[in-house]
Design a protein around this ligand. Sequence first.
Ligand SMILES: *Cc1c(COP(=O)(O)O)cnc(C)c1O
Length: 485
Amino acid sequence: MKTESRADLYRKLPSVDELLHEANLYSLAAREGAATVTDAARSVLADLREEIAAGSLDAGKLNIAISGLNLAVERRVRQALKYSLRTVINATGVILHTNLGRAPLAGAALEHIRNTSAGYSNLEFDLETGDRGKRDVHVDRLFRKLLSEDFDVGAGVPACAGPRSSPAISTIVVNNNAAAVLLALNTLADGGEVIVSRGELVEIGGSFRIPDVMAKSQAVLREVGTTNRTRVSDYEQAVNEKTCLLLRVHRSNFQITGFTEQPRLEELADLARRHNLPLMEDLGSGALLDLRSVGIGDEPSVLDSLRAGVDVVSYSGDKLLGGPQAGMISGRSDLIARMRSNSLFRALRVDKLTYAALEATLLAYGKGEHDAIPALRMMRWSKAEIGGRAESLAKRVRSASMKAELLDGESVIGGGAAPSAVLPTRLIALSHSALSADEFVAQLRASDPPVVARVEEGRVLLDLRTVFPEQDDMIVEALNRVAMP
Ligand SMILES: *Cc1c(COP(=O)(O)O)cnc(C)c1O
């Protein structure tokens, strides 16, 4: 039998055009689009050419491959048309998991997006006057209510505190909290100095570093104090005629313990007032609900900051607030008005989808319907409720090859809430007789929908706190598929 040269093998391959002429591919192109099918045909043929070049195809194997070209192209078309962004089941127990999209949206938020975005809306249109309107009015009114209502009765606000006991709080919305910090610093301190404690020069998630954002905003960083101890007097000594702003940054993702000191917000507010400077806090998480109600005592809310006398506070929409990705700046109306007229605001503004999701989320707060917001609902589930679900799930997956045990554990708030903010939970610890824990989690990730879990001490751990109860059945199915030899 004569062995064919590579050139002979290449000659056997049809051209893209020849391949498309096959009847099957024409109907496929009519259904799925000619460009997609042509791309798929081209890439399937390119793969075969590569295999020939690598010497991994002889004439026999090539003939088989050529007879299956139609199917190969069809498969590749299906792959190309599949969504890349997909639902996953989060069994990690990290409620605001940045890599998994942070806060899941409330049903009302999705409905409001659908209702206002499938057609036209009054995004920037005043329906009373028929004139051009402002897009931020839709949420500003709700923030005003949520951030002002119990101001006068708040603890620690003396009746004589003047305008601060009944402030006109305004809020603007930009793309995320990083953008909010950039806009606020650029507006309040362009070319001037901003005083920050050395213990608060934080990095959040790699690309957000306070000193870098400061540089981009054209403000000059003036570091004071030390990593572990900063006093009010350190700030006071640094104030000079170039000072534009005092900045406090929430230590979202780390703790400093031991020999430490940090001025209270009230002390900084007092200093700021004496020097007629604004005080800003980058709060990060932006809780609108008092988390003491779920047993988390060290995560300040937006209201706590404003009550303490902070002039403007910045926070994310998709962390503890439980809404869409967004960055809010709330505070003194005169300062917020300056930010609104900064041309950067136009570049950082958000679209109607975000406003719709945010408005619906805030309305849920306004109505006291905290359980309608998934992240808050998950935080409020008790260990016993999660344990009950875990027990019944474990029962359904135990087999000769699958061990499933229940353990006490901790769920994490995540997303830059207090790093110590954990909630007691019950975990399902799984092991499979034929798989390592790493192979096991990889199989779970490969299931449809993918299940994301963590591995600890050679076992796969599932925390149902972050799993929607209607997903429990899907986890059982995924586990039973893994269990099959
Ligand atoms: C999370 C966080 C940010 C960044 O917020 P994004 O909304 O992710 O841009 C900035 N500052 C602090 C303190 C944070 O916790």
